[in-house]
Design a protein around this ligand. Structure first.
Ligand SMILES: [Zn+2]
Length: 262
């Protein structure tokens, strides 16, 4: 069974990373906006969720964005998020690189989390670069910076570049890992797609845990493919790693492979 293959890869590896996407948060009630009936149907992202739309009319942008924020508010980590945090605690996972902006990995207890697309509860001012954290779902209108400008959610909008320092750190991790889990994402969109690519090029074992087949499944690069809900497969994976560790403790110092060393 492929899950045992993933377990053995984690147990035999020295530094494992996970790339996660929308699929891991669906069971937390965070909708996939691209699905039929999703938010993108009423608010086409190429019209609303772009940096140009924000610059052209920040007030209109915030009417759309507050509705998005309210659909995401109240979501809590699911068993899949918790299992990834458990794998980190067990020293079997060095970092989570996520395309999600929902903060649920951190809420679940993961400590080394790289947010490629920013964080949904953060604001940035494009005029003076001031940043602050704020519960966006509680806002009643566009938030203003102390300088007077309307602030932008500190997430990557269409047409914007990813935060370069975070991307550079993520790509560096990918090049130095020996196991790369791809979870709840088809990993088709660049530059996130470069994470498994770089890991594979560096000789890492790629493992895909998705509900359905993706282009990655058929790429010929994936060593282990596990299909099913992330909450189910990750919980089982964490159990298997935990069991194996109990039977055969890691000979290296505790925490040697844990977050912070990568
Ligand atoms: Zn400002």
């Amino acid at each position: 069974m492929s899950l045992y293959g993933v377990r053995d890869a984690l147990l035999g590896g020295r530094r494992a990373i996970a790339l996660t996407g929308a699929g891991i948060s669906v069971e937390s009630g965070v909708p996939d906006f691209r699905s039929p009936g999703g938010l993108w149907e009423r608010f086409p992202p190429e019209e609303y969720a772009t940096i140009d739309a924000f610059r052209a009319d920040p007030t209109r942008f915030w009417r759309f964005y507050l509705e998005l924020a309210r659909t995401v508010a109240g979501a809590s980590p699911n068993a899949g998020h918790l299992a990834l945090a458990r794998l980190e605690q067990l020293g079997a996972l060095a970092a989570v690189i996520t395309q999600n902006v929902d903060g649920l990995h951190q809420a679940a207890g993961s400590r080394e989390v790289l947010e490629l697309h920013g964080a949904a509860d953060a604001l940035v001012c494009l005029a003076c670069e001031a940043r602050r954290r704020e519960r966006i779902a509680a806002l009643t209108g566009p938030p203003r910076c102390v300088c007077g400008e309307v602030m932008k959610p500190d997430v990557v909008l269409f047409g914007e570049a990813l935060p370069l320092d975070t991307l550079a750190r993520a790509q560096d991790l990918a090049e130095r890992c020996d196991v790369c889990l791809v979870i709840g994402t088809s990993a088709e969109v660049y530059p996130a797609a470069s994470i498994p690519e770089r890991a594979f090029a560096a000789g890492a074992t790629l493992c895909e845990l998705n509900l359905e087949s993706t282009s990655l499944t058929h790429s010929g690069r994936v060593r282990w493919i596990v299909q099913g809900a992330a909450s189910v497969t990750l919980v089982r994976l964490a159990e298997l790693v935990d069991d194996a560790r109990r039977q055969q403790p890691d000979p290296r110092a505790p925490g040697e492979r844990a977050a912070g060393r990568c």
